[in-house]
Design a protein around this ligand. Sequence first.
Ligand code: JFZ
Length: 432
Amino acid sequence: MFDWKAYEKRMKWFQHDRFGMFIHWGIYSIPARGEWVRNTEQIPEKDYMPFFEEFDPVDFDPKAWAKAAKNAGMKYAVLTAKHHDGFCLFDSELTDYKATNTKAGRDLVREFLDAFRAEGLRVGLYYSLLDWHHPDYPHCGTIHPEKNLPGMTDEGRDFNRYLEYMHGQVRELCTNYGKIDIMWFDFSYDDMTGEKWKATELTRMVRSLQPDIILDNRLEASGSGFGSIATEHPSEYSGDFTSPEQIIPPYGIRSETGRSVPWEACITMNKNWGYAAKDKDFKSADLIIHKLVDCVSKGGNMLLNVGPDARGRIPQESLAILAQIGEWMKDNSASIYGCAAAELPKPENGRITQNGKKYYYHVMENSIGGIPLYGFHAEDVKKVRLLADGSELKYEDAWWAQNYPDILFVHISDTAELPNAIDTVVEIELKA
Ligand code: JFZ
């Protein structure tokens, strides 16, 4: 039986914090064509090995990463402890294919955890269910870089041995590193799903070692399909939140009975998760701020990705975007943290988030004259303030406003510009 009470309790911080950093980092930062490079280019093991020999992130400074996340207003971070290529950033006893055996010579997961915790951020680890390095992971008829090599066969491969390895590594991560706030498994596909991973056993083990941990839904689902956490009868391995990838669910996510299902949209800043040297197609900070607000206005979180390079540096473009987001967050984070979807329709000039009696009207489009706050009525409202400085916003009661008794018009600016061109947040407090 799914314990809804315990579920609600462990999800509290996650649904309060709303904004986190995803970090995709591994030896694939050397070829620098994304974290799937070994598969997309069908690179055999021996041709990928040089990157392992070469990996030497001399500029790795997890404290600087943590500061960048914190200053952007992020509250948690999730790092790839192991991605599909099988390379481990942590010092696993179960493999030699790990950071400690590279020139880095250290447990990079531990350093990440220490640095982010020191900034007061919560910490999560991404762990790939797929493994292109382990000899017992099926190479044929599955997602594997060597599946098309001539004569490739799965003879002698023992998937149970892989599961022992995989479960063993997850046990290490849940045992040796203190409190882990999120475990982000990735991902299920075709018949590689649920009990194929021995998911009940795995979930029980994780929860017994880390009683408060939050799990994503990908032991059961993938980016598409929400899995049973979006139903009233979650399986034991449903995980705790759905993980829409590169999309913000247009209407949020609800179960059949209308229960709002926790979700976290994971989003790249450019087009790749792992470092891609030539991918300069970065989204603007303005767009990302709008989309963060969009997520919260639909009851979800945003996990925004960075892909540090081979030297261990978060790309300049990403740092600049994070800094700009931080500027906006400094004035407006009260409209993000602790907020959820407002039970009001999406207005045409922005979004609305809500925290109890307080509504945050995100004005993303300027108007001529007064700014219309759709869905609010002067007689229900206790006060209206500009969130950024707490200043009073007067209502307009000009003759043109009186034609629209269903809309509260406020006077925000004496010029034709809004105080914050990206998103000017108006705080509306209702009477009791
Ligand atoms: C997965 C990873 O493959 C990817 O590298 C990245 O880590 C991202 C956050 O998660 O992306 C997926 C997951 C599922 C599918 C495709 C990409 N799918 O179901 O097709």
